[in-house]
Design a protein around this ligand. Structure first.
Ligand SMILES: [Zn+2]
Length: 118
């Protein structure tokens, strides 16, 4: 898949090797496994591959799968991707707002709400 932030594409070849492609025609490497260490990546890279390519490949390796939505990302907050983190914050705010509202009701209003819900 193409990484939105680094422009790196990692593809598993039928030989079992990986083809890591960056932004330009000379920006590629073919390591035996992925992720791999930097030395392996450099040994297996095109002679013309730039430092930017190695930096971006390094960033790509830090991509992890979000435990909440299952999407790959390299921007994590508290173990989940930023999107899920924001959604959780919104959920928390909604929950707090509902709680505050409930707290502000009189006993009679609460009784009415419970009867309506049943
Ligand atoms: Zn997520």
């Amino acid at each position: 898949m193409v990484d939105r932030t680094t422009g790196i594409t990692a593809t598993r070849l039928t030989s079992g090797y990986w083809m890591i492609v960056g932004r330009g025609p000379c920006e590629w490497a073919q390591p035996p496994s992925w992720p791999c260490d930097e030395k392996t990546l450099r040994d297996r890279a095109s002679q013309q591959a730039s430092e930017l390519f190695f930096r971006e490949a390094e960033g790509h390796q830090r991509m992890r799968v979000c435990s909440a939505c299952g999407e790959e990302d390299n921007d994590f907050v508290g173990g989940v991707c930023v999107t899920c983190h924001n959604e959780r914050q919104m959920e928390l705010l909604r929950h707090n707002a509902a709680f505050d509202r409930w707290e502000s009701l009189s006993d009679r209003e609460r009784g009415d709400e419970i009867r309506r819900a049943c």
